[in-house]
Design a protein around this ligand. Structure first.
Ligand SMILES: CC(C)(COP(=O)(O)OP(=O)(O)OC[C@H]1O[C@@H](n2cnc3c(N)ncnc32)[C@H](O)[C@@H]1OP(=O)(O)O)[C@@H](O)C(=O)NCCC(=O)NCCS
Length: 178
């Protein structure tokens, strides 16, 4: 019922927006509508570590072994759900008033809708609530989606260090002062 109601509300909003915009703006509004409607039912929340979320991230990234993940008491995570379906996980370490973002993954069919940014916003909130002063991360130079979604939230590139992954790709260190 809730889902039906929100669909009707969004259809109503769509109608209203189409009537107020000029022809030139329709393309932009259409793009905005797709973004808005497709993430309307998405819940972003801190969530317990589990085999399901480990398996989800492992599908996309070569992450540490399950025991290290589940037993490390400094590792936490934020998840994104579309109703009950897990569609995103962001794992981070929080220790000594600092957060390091370890791994983030979003289901392919939900990418480029701002889910990763929303998960990072939640982590920033958690950091502030826990009096953290700094968030850091390392991203492969080729991972434009990851770099862009962090820069959009104010993360800066630390260009004072020159780091590489074992395979030779440049490592981009990012940071955000809270
Ligand atoms: C990285 C990842 C988590 C991003 O998730 P997402 O929910 O799609 O990210 P967002 O939608 O919040 O932001 C992505 C941004 O990158 C942009 N982008 C994506 N691909 C791009 C490309 N090839 N060129 C330029 N910009 C690109 C998007 O347009 C968006 O920016 P915008 O909001 O300014 O338009 C997702 O791509 C993923 O799961 N990748 C596989 C795992 C991975 O690489 N994880 C990160 C390393 S730990």
């Amino acid at each position: 019922m809730k889902h039906l109601k929100s669909l009707n509300e969004s259809q109503e909003r769509k109608k209203q927006q189409y009537t107020v915009v000029s022809k030139d703006s329709v393309k932009y509004i259409k793009r905005f509508q797709v973004f808005y409607e497709s993430i309307e039912n998405i819940i972003i929340t801190e969530c317990e570590k589990s085999k399901d979320s480990y398996d989800f991230v492992s599908k996309y990234l070569n992450i540490f072994d399950y025991d290290s993940y589940i037993n490390n008491e400094n590792l936490y995570q934020v998840c994104a759900f579309d109703n009950d379906k897990l569609i995103g996980v962001s794992i981070f370490r929080m220790k000594d008033s600092k957060i390091h973002l370890n791994y983030s993954a979003v289901d392919e069919s939900y990418r480029n809708k701002g889910i990763n940014k929303k998960m990072k916003i939640k982590i920033i909130e958690i950091g502030k609530e826990n009096n953290c002063t700094l968030i850091t991360s390392n991203v492969r130079q080729s991972n434009i989606a990851s770099i862009k979604s962090q820069q959009a939230l104010g993360f800066k590139i630390n260009d004072r260090v020159d780091l590489k992954y074992p395979d030779g790709e440049k490592k981009i260190p990012l940071y955000l002062n809270l």
